[in-house]
Write a protein that binds this ligand. Sequence first.
Ligand code: NI
Ligand code: NI
Length: 139
Amino acid sequence: MSAAVRFSVSLDEQLLARFDEYLKGRAYTNRSEAVRDLIRDKLVEEQWQGGSETVAAAVILVYDHDKLDLVSRLTDQQHRRHELVVSSMHVHTDEHNCLEVILLRGPADQIRRAGDELVSLPGVRFGRVNLATTGAGLP
Ligand code: NI
Ligand code: NI
């Protein structure tokens, strides 16, 4: 880790009050850590906008396992994108429902497309692509 640098920021009083309010509802014990996280969050957002940068994502799917066609299409999709699929976890949440978490890693534009393809398959009851980072280049 590189050296920590202190710097001061001028801020509207009300804006700072809102920020402190925001921190109160979270587990932050000081403003510095919250500011660091906000900056990193923006940098990760930028990685995603770049398109070619390597990013990570967690795709969460809930679907009906009785829909055999959907189950095989989900598997097909993951095989077609196997170079992007790092891992997946499958939980049978009850007699009919499955919850699946698929971890993807690769170029941002490909990850976005692969994630969208999975969540938009007909029969998926809940689908979300959670954008993340591999952590590389993020102090
Ligand atoms: Ni397979
Ligand atoms: Ni299942």
